[in-house]
Ligand binder design. Structure first.
Ligand code: SF4
Length: 291
C-alpha cells in the first residue's frame, strides 16, 4: 500500500507543555484493545492508577478529571503515561493525533488536522506549495485528476487568491448558497457546539474582517484552501459540493478573524468543531446542497 503525506508532514512536532489547547483536554480518549491489554498488565502503583482511571463502559476510555482533563495529563501539561511507560505505550488515538487518514483503493493519505495549534501554524505558514509525497520513494502516481486540477488552480501564485477562487468556481460549477454572514452564523450556532469559546466567537463576530476584505496573507489563504480540498474532496464524491464546503469553511474562518494573529486559533477552533464532529460536517454539507 502506498502512503502519501503532504510535504510539510515531517516537520510536525507536538509542542506538548507549550500547547495552549492540548488535545488531552476536552475530548473523550478511547483506548484501543491492544493498548488496553498492556495497561491491564502494568503492575505497581502506576498500574493501579492506570486501571482506576479507565472506564470499561461502552468503548474503554480514560475517565476525564476536572475541566475535562485526561487524568494522566500532569500539572506541567505533560503525559504521565509517556513518562512512565514510554511513547510506544500511548494508545492509538494519542499517538495518531492530530493525524487523519483517508483510505483509497491503492493508497492511503495521511494529513495533519488543523484542530491542533502546532499543525495549524505549520500548515498555514508553510511557504512552499503543498504537494503529496510518497513516504518511502519518489513515486508519483497520478491520482484523482479533478483534485489535481483544483490544487493547480488554487496554487497558481501568479494570480491573487480572489481570482483563483473565481476560476475554481467557474471550472467546477460551484454555486454557494446566498446567505448573509448573520444567516451563516445562525447555521453554525444551530449545530453541535463543543467549546463555549467557539459559541462566543460566533455570537460576537460582525463578519467585517480585514482578512476577508483585504488582499493579503496570500500564502496562508492558499494553504487553508488547499488543506480543505485535500481533506474533503474525494474521488467518489460530488466535486462541486465538496469544493463549496471548502469555500464556505474558508470564508467563515476569514470572517471570524479580527487580526492576522487570530487566524491560527480560529482555524484550529473551526477544525475542532466542524471536522471532528461528523454530524456537523454533514449538516454543513446539507445546508450547502439545499442552498
Ligand atoms: S493539540 Fe497538537 S500540539 Fe497540542 S498537545 Fe495535542 S498534538 Fe501536541
Amino acid at each position: 500500500m502506498s502512503i502519501y503525506v503532504p510535504n510539510y508532514y515531517k516537520a510536525f512536532r507536538c509542542i506538548a507543555d507549550r500547547c495552549r489547547h492540548s488535545c488531552c483536554i476536552g475530548w473523550e480518549i478511547d483506548i484501543d484493545k491492544e493498548t488496553l491489554s498492556v495497561y491491564k498488565n502494568v503492575s505497581g502503583a502506576f498500574g493501579k492508577r492506570l486501571n482506576d482511571n479507565i472506564s470499561q463502559e461502552d468503548t474503554p476510555h480514560f475517565i476525564l478529571g476536572e475541566q475535562e482533563r485526561c487524568p494522566f495529563l500532569n500539572e506541567r501539561n505533560l503525559c504521565d503515561i509517556y513518562t512512565e511507560l514510554g511513547e510506544e505505550h500511548l494508545c492509538q488515538i494519542c499517538s495518531d493525533h492530530p493525524r487523519f487518514r483517508n483510505f483509497f483503493e491503492n493508497r492511503t493519505e495521511i494529513g495533519l488536522g488543523m484542530c491542533c495549534e502546532a499543525a495549524a501554524e505549520l500548515i498555514l505558514t508553510f511557504p512552499e506549495k503543498m504537494k503529496l509525497v510518497h513516504t518511502e520513494t519518489d513515486e508519483k502516481t497520478p491520482f484523482f485528476p479533478e483534485r489535481e486540477q483544483a490544487f493547480a488552480i488554487l496554487q497558481n501564485r501568479s494570480q491573487p487568491i480572489k481570482e483563483r477562487i473565481r476560476i475554481l468556481k467557474e471550472t467546477f460549477g460551484i454555486t454557494l448558497p446566498e446567505k448573509t454572514f448573520s444567516e451563516w452564523k445562525e447555521v453554525f450556532l444551530s449545530m453541535e457546539i463543543l467549546n463555549s469559546r467557539w459559541e462566543a466567537l460566533l455570537k460576537n463576530a460582525t463578519g467585517v474582517s480585514p482578512a476577508f476584505q483585504e488582499d493579503k496573507w496570500q500564502i496562508a489563504k492558499e494553504q487553508l484552501l488547499v488543506y480543505f480540498v485535500f481533506r474533503h474532496m474525494m474521488p467518489d464524491g460530488d466535486a462541486s459540493s465538496a469544493l463549496a464546503l471548502c469555500l464556505v469553511s474558508y470564508e467563515m474562518i476569514l470572517r471570524l478573524c479580527k487580526t492576522e494573529a487570530d487566524l491560527f486559533d480560529v482555524a484550529r477552533m473551526y477544525s475542532a468543531e466542524m471536522e471532528y464532529c461528523e454530524e456537523n460536517t454533514e449538516d454543513l454539507l446539507f445546508e450547502i446542497e439545499i442552498g
